[in-house]
Design a protein around this ligand. Structure first.
Ligand SMILES: Nc1ncnc2c1ncn2[C@@H]1O[C@H](COP(=O)(O)OP(=O)(O)OP(=O)(O)O)[C@@H](O)[C@H]1O
Ligand SMILES: O=C(O)[C@H](O)COP(=O)(O)O
Length: 393
């Protein structure tokens, strides 16, 4: 990465405004998955060890410029404090006199977390005045919020223009791993793309077809490709307006010599429910009134074989409706194959990260991205505004 990093800043005795992505799942006022908080600890610990005064900022959910009580960051502050093993200060305001007063009380090595930045409408509008209010709090800006790096907001992009701005460790690592994978991959390089819709994965499929040796398709989006091959898919997910595009992708794969891999069988159900009747059928035998909700055993074996023979695998999107046990098998087997392969394995965030966590394989992966949308946009080859705004080396 050609951007400044923590090593380029001398933060001792300085105030650092550090954007993190603490947009974590919550239930009944408690953090239910603290992965993103843990992932920011190396940067926070480095800054405090160096004797900086650390002002942390994050969004939580999409409160749309208003105060939403359930989206306050108090529970996040408690969890962070537990993980750090020390007290931190949390303000109820995003900026203004309460925050200034709190900052004035801090000593070197102290940490303050301001309130959910999206309580201010200026955050998502990238309002220069809000960006200036953030900049006025500190001497330096550090962005460690890879998960929000695809957003050009006041705390991810605007503020970076007003202070010396560098990437944190998590940001640096995410960009290094994903960047190396796409620019200089070990081969065979395999990408596995799943999830619900073709429309959400158009750009990523298009970009990856220029880079990979094998492109494996699973999940709901696969059935538009099966339809494009001329098979009937019953009530399975279909995007009628993407059939031509699916054909173009398969043609592009052939031209590029990419092994384009579609499911050869499926688990079909007579209802979208845990208690539905199910059966396994070959992909050209999906009954008219049934819906394919997972890849079948022959597909799982084929995918696992390709994964075993790869040197690098990137995975984004589940192979079936993994939230329901009856249709989780394909996603679980792909996760297991990734856990067992010698290949370098990269999980592209979002649902795939949730799936490897759910099935207990997260520790076996080489890199589980903390970004859902951000890693997808990176894999599409897009520039991330939160990275772009940082100072060049
Ligand atoms: N065959 C299928 N039929 C219907 N839904 C499916 C099928 N396969 C997967 N899904 C659903 O697709 C959803 C995930 O799709 P999505 O496109 O959001 O994936 P993702 O890109 O991993 O998510 P994220 O945006 O969080 O990274 C899951 O909720 C899953 O249940
Ligand atoms: O969870 C995420 O993907 C990031 O925190 C970004 O959240 P957003 O999609 O609400 O901008």
């Amino acid at each position: 990465m050609n951007k400044k990093t923590l090593q380029d800043l001398n933060v001792k005795g300085k105030k650092v405004f550090c954007r993190v992505d603490f947009n974590v799942p919550m239930k009944n006022g408690k953090v239910t998955d603290d992965t993103r908080i843990k992932a920011a600890l190396p940067t926070i610990n480095y800054l405090t060890d160096q004797g900086a005064i650390v002002i942390l900022a994050s969004h939580l959910g999409r409160p749309k410029g208003q105060v939403v009580e359930e989206l306050r960051l108090d529970a996040v502050a408690s969890r962070l404090s537990e993980l750090l093993g020390k007290d931190i200060v949390k303000t109820d305001a995003v900026y203004g006199s309460e925050v200034n007063e709190a900052i004035s009380q801090l000593s070197d090595g102290d940490i303050l977390l301001i309130e959910n930045v999206r309580f201010e409408a200026g955050e998502t509008n990238n309002d220069p005045e809000l960006a200036q209010a953030f900049a006025d709090m500190a001497d330096y800006y550090v962005n460690d919020a890879f998960g929000a790096a695809h957003r050009a907001h006041a705390s991810t992009a605007g503020v970076a223009e007003k202070l010396p701005a560098a990437a944190g460790y998590l940001m640096e690592k995410e960009i290094a791993v994903l960047g190396k994978a796409l620019a200089d991959p070990e081969r065979p390089f395999t990408a596995i793309i799943g999830g619900a819709k073709v429309k959400d994965k158009i750009n990523v499929i298009d970009n990856l077809l220029d880079k990979v040796d094998n492109l494996i398709i699973g999940g709901g989006l696969g059935y538009t490709f099966i339809k494009a091959q001329g098979h009937e898919i019953g009530k399975s997910l279909l995007e009628e307006d993407k059939i031509e595009l699916a054909k173009e992708f398969m043609k592009k794969a052939e031209e590029k010599g990419v092994n384009f891999v579609l499911p050869v069988d499926a688990v079909v159900a007579d209802d979208f429910s845990e208690t539905a009747n199910t059966k396994i059928v070959d992909i050209d035998q999906i009954p008219a009134d049934w819906e394919a909700l997972d890849i079948g055993p022959k597909s799982r074996e084929k995918y696992s074989q390709i994964i075993a023979e790869s040197k690098l695998v990137i995975w984004n999107g589940p192979m079936g409706v993994f939230e329901l046990n009856a249709f989780a098998g394909g996603t679980r087997e792909v996760a297991e194959a990734l856990a067992n392969t010698e290949a370098y394995t990269v999980i592209g965030g979002g649902d795939s990260a949730a799936a490897v966590e759910k099935f207990g394989f997260a520790e076996d992966m080489d890199h589980v991205s903390t970004g859902g949308g951000a890693s997808l946009e990176f894999m599409e080859g897009k520039t991330l505004p939160g990275v772009d705004a940082l100072n060049d080396k």
